[in-house]
Design a protein around this ligand. Structure first.
Ligand code: HEC
Length: 183
């Protein structure tokens, strides 16, 4: 019985040490998390369902908005506010004229010589990858959303993150989310 008790104490001590280790590990990995909101790049976001696409002429990009299953489900049901666990991603690419597509249209559609069809495609990724992560308690001060931007996989700076919520407040009536579901 005594031995068992000692064993139990040992296990508790070990668990405590493991806890410390985890805490230290997460401090070290905080370079991967965004300032202010502490969001890490979500796993597998690139394969999430499409919510919509958009084009920002002033930013010279074309963009896609993706959502995890919880986001998609809320969109389908028209559920507002979005439930905790929702994550919405915004990807963007350079808006690039496609000579290849132009040539194909010109060859087959036989318009007047030199006619431009105006075919554009996604080029290099630009303007970072952005996320909104719903956790109504943790992010109570910013409408329940944590905001995150990664440039080449690295968290953007504090200043960038200070700008997110003030602008998204314009969409307060739709739980701070601008994008509608393209059906
Ligand atoms: C000056 C205004 C402005 C700022 C600053 C801004 N956003 Fe947005 N954001 C928008 C608008 C408008 C849209 C919808 C159209 C689009 O995607 O261009 C959008 C779309 C999004 C989306 C897709 C969901 C939605 O609301 O439509 C995410 C995710 C997002 N922004 C995250 C962020 C993050 C993270 C930051 C800060 C790093 C940020 N935004 C800063 C205006 C802004």
């Amino acid at each position: 019985m005594k031995r068992l008790a000692r064993f139990a104490v040992g296990v508790v001590a070990l668990a405590g040490a493991a806890g410390c280790l985890t805490a230290r590990a997460s401090e070290e990995s905080s370079a991967k998390a965004t300032p202010i909101f502490g969001v890490e790049l979500p796993d597998g976001y690139r394969d999430w369902p499409l919510i919509t696409v958009a084009r920002e002429e002033w930013l010279k990009d074309i963009r896609a908005v993706l959502g995890n299953e919880r986001a998609l489900d809320a969109y389908r049901r028209g559920r507002l506010p979005f439930p905790d666990g929702t994550i919405i991603a915004r990807l963007a690419w350079e808006y690039r004229a496609s000579e290849e597509n132009e040539a194909a249209f010109a060859r087959v559609l036989k318009g007047p010589p030199g006619e431009r069809f105006g075919s554009f495609v996604a080029g290099h990724p630009v303007n970072g990858v952005q996320f909104m992560v719903k956790d109504s308690k943790r992010y109570a001060a910013t409408g329940g959303w944590g905001f995150a931007q990664f440039d080449d996989g690295k968290p953007a700076d504090v200043k960038v993150h200070q700008g997110c919520f003030p602008c998204h407040e314009a969409a307060r009536e739709r739980d701070f989310v601008f994008s509608r579901h393209a059906r």
